[in-house]
Design a protein around this ligand. Structure first.
Ligand code: AQP
Length: 345
């Protein structure tokens, strides 16, 4: 396979209530990766409309995700932050990928099944085709690495299948156009650390999610110290003290979740946390978790509030990022059109 320049791409949906799962599963990694890689981070507004959105709320959610990226430490000058709808090549390449991906592949996607629920006939076509757009988001930059939470693993595998099929189907034309034996890289998911799947604080078997009707199920990035303390103290647990070994967490999803959150927030591992807290009661552990959460998240929430109060600045970051992202995406799309045999004027 041809050698591709390493490039990181990932996205977050502007669907409200950014939470600790989004932060630990994705955004923390976005911040780390900018030290070693060129990075493109996208507010995926086209993905958001696969389910109904209130336009006014969507505008403010787009600004809120942008503010979160910056408040968490992403540098919009050294890297790229932009909103997906402003680079039309995402939708253009997604159409090509709709024609590359097979129905059977999409039929296997568990996120569609979960989100469409029982009323599948009434789900939008966009929700079904979501993974092809996600593949286009990544591959329109020919990105090689994608930091995501565990829930996106299946979609990343589909992106690799689409890239591989495109490379195979058009191999002759890829070579003739001067791109060697592969036009698209097979993007690698980066799913690492103790909190790749943060669970609901009310139910350790359910993913922490923006759309959970109970606000007590998640810690939002904009929660103040009081709200964080209340939610952690009310988090579901069991009556046993914490185990001393990681294996003791296996049958205890709520304990496992809280220990994973503590480990991720403190930059350590679950076994290191259990070395300190093994044998402790939850009341003691929860107090320490409240302190740690407030220390880590407090400044982010405060900075997000400041930034969202300046929409002119936020919009200028998105405009600048969209311009720079667009330049890369246009080059890819021109090459794709050549490979497909379209006539360009
Ligand atoms: N609970 C989670 N634990 C770890 N990572 C998570 N991510 C989301 N939830 C968790 C990761 O955050 C990134 C952005 O997610 P998204 O907003 O694009 O999509 P989502 O997974 O649909 O978010 P929600 O909160 O789960 O929304 P709803 O309620 O609509 O289903 C991704 O990298 C994702 O893996």
């Amino acid at each position: 396979m041809a050698d591709f320049k390493q490039l990181v791409f990932s996205g977050v949906q502007p669907t409200g209530n950014l939470h600790l799962g989004n932060y630990l599963g994705a955004i923390v990694k976005f911040v780390e990766l900018q030290k070693s890689h060129d990075c493109i981070y996208c507010v995926v507004d086209l993905h958001a409309i696969t389910v109904p959105q209130d336009p006014r709320q969507l505008t403010s959610s787009i600004r809120e995700v942008t503010a979160a990226f910056i408040a968490c430490g992403i540098d919009p000058k050294a890297h790229i932050i932009f909103n997906q709808s402003q680079v039309p090549e995402h939708a253009e390449l997604a159409w090509v990928f709709n024609c590359v991906a097979r129905l059977g592949w999409l039929n296997r996607m568990t996120q569609f099944k979960e989100k469409a629920g029982k009323d599948r006939e009434n789900a939008s076509v966009g929700l079904y085709a979501y993974p092809a757009l996600m593949a286009a988001d990544i591959l329109v930059y020919r990105a090689t690495h994608v930091p995501v939470g565990e829930d996106q693993k299946q979609h990343l595998e589909l992106s690799r299948d689409i890239a591989q099929k495109f490379n195979n189907d058009f191999s002759e034309w890829i070579a003739r156009t001067g791109f060697g034996d592969a036009f698209f890289p097979l993007p690698e998911p980066l799913i690492q650390g103790p909190a790749t799947r943060v669970m609901s604080l009310r139910d350790g078997t359910k993913k922490m999610s923006k759309s959970d009707p109970s606000d007590y199920s998640r810690i939002n990035l904009t929660d103040d110290a009081d709200a964080i303390a209340k939610k952690v103290r009310k988090a579901k647990t069991d009556p046993e003290p914490l185990p001393s070994e990681e294996v003791g967490l296996k049958p205890r999803p709520e304990a496992d979740n809280l220990v994973g959150i503590y480990a991720a927030l403190s930059g350590s591992s679950k076994s290191a946390v259990l070395r300190d807290f093994g044998g402790a009661q939850f009341s003691t552990f929860k107090s320490a978790l409240v302190d740690l959460s407030v220390t880590r998240l407090g400044p982010i929430g405060a900075e997000m509030k400041k930034l969202t109060g300046d929409p002119v600045y936020i919009d200028s970051v998105l405009a600048d990022g969209s311009e720079r992202a667009g330049q890369i995406a246009r080059k890819t799309m021109d090459a794709v059109k050549d490979i497909l045999g379209f006539i360009r004027h």
